[in-house]
Write a protein of this length. Structure first.
Length: 312
DNA sequence: TTTACTGT
């Protein structure tokens, strides 16, 4: 039997918006069979400065909330999805895909404190600029996006980093961007999902978000599966077919909940509820080659995609 | 409110 199964009618909206609705199937294999601490300890002995890879010095007020713990350690405490080209920014962490000139993933840690209104931070003062920490062969540039019809879509959202102007500025590095359909997606349904993640900080102590692009296979007329995507500009910046967001919410008492979203990079009807795009985390892990929050036992989640989980 | 583009 084919390993590629149509994932179900619930995802029809994804396929309909993006084209043929083929999907990575998955078996009923145990979700918690993954090796414990696959990446744990790797970064425990490496200083945040060593990971920085970027010469801009963060001002003193950007110290982590807990001065004994580097910010990167707070953001990544439940595991790195992968270890390729990792850079720690002031308030988010990125793994950069040098071949596609977009991120593999970005991780953020949201709290109500850090999202509080700050009159000192003005998004309109921010400008998109290329990332000098990326080798010049692999950087995306503004000219790649200009006239392409695609937005420079933030993976780590600007609206999530309002503690200082510096934090906000760093989200405008082009290494943090991927081409997104503007109207109907980046400025609408995707924006709604980002806004929803911020809203979660009203009811949870911490919200951990991992975001990134996907390039999913589609069945073509010959019946075979192909991965096909447009590339933009002189640097051939890849246009992802989909984007994912994996969200872990932590309560004051240390309970965890997980939600995982997968959206097509296409205009989405405004009336479509976000819950339409909930998929099992495993679908995104198999499609991306990443493992999310792998330091957290799968059994620690009290709720997954809005449903209470009984592990006993 | 936040997301960004295009044209001036």
């Amino acid at each position: 039997m084919s390993r590629l199964l149509h994932y179900g009618s619930r995802l029809a909206a994804l396929g309909a918006a993006a084209g043929t609705g083929w999907w990575f199937g998955f078996t009923s294999r145990e979700l918690d069979g993954l090796p414990e601490g696959l990446f744990s300890g790797v970064f425990g002995k490496v200083s945040a400065a060593a990971l920085q890879g970027y010469s801009m010095q963060a001002p003193a007020e950007l110290a982590p909330l807990n001065p004994d713990v580097p910010r990167v350690t707070e953001i990544m405490q439940y595991g790195f999805p992968s270890l390729n080209n990792v850079r720690a920014r002031a308030d988010y962490v990125i793994s950069y895909d040098a071949r596609n000139r977009v991120p593999y993933w970005v991780c953020e840690h949201l709290t109500a404190d850090r999202l509080a209104k700050n009159p000192d931070v003005d998004r309109s003062k921010c400008d998109f600029h290329e990332d000098p920490s990326i080798h010049e062969y692999f950087r995306s540039e503004n000219q790649d996006y200009k006239g392409s019809g695609f937005d420079r879509g933030h993976m780590a959202a600007a609206g999530n980093h309002k503690l200082s102007q510096f934090d906000c500025n760093q989200t405008f590095l082009l290494s943090n961007m991927a081409p997104q359909v503007g109207k109907g997606f980046n400025r609408d349904k995707w924006n709604e999902l980002e806004s929803y993640c911020r809203k979660l900080t009203r009811s949870y102590a911490s919200v951990y978000v991992c975001t990134g692009p996907l390039y999913l296979p589609r069945q073509e007329e010959d019946g075979k599966l192909y991965v096909k995507y447009q590339v933009l500009g002189p640097n051939h910046v890849a246009v992802p077919t989909h984007f994912f967001k994996v969200v872990v919410c932590e309560t004051q008492s240390g309970d965890f909940e997980l939600e995982s979203y997968l959206l097509p990079n296409a205009a989405i009807e405004d009336s479509t509820p976000l819950t339409t795009f909930l998929v099992p985390e495993e679908v995104i892990e198999r499609a991306s080659g990443l493992l999310f929050f792998d330091k957290l036992s799968k059994k620690s989640f009290k709720k997954i995609n809005g449903k209470k989980v009984g592990w006993f």
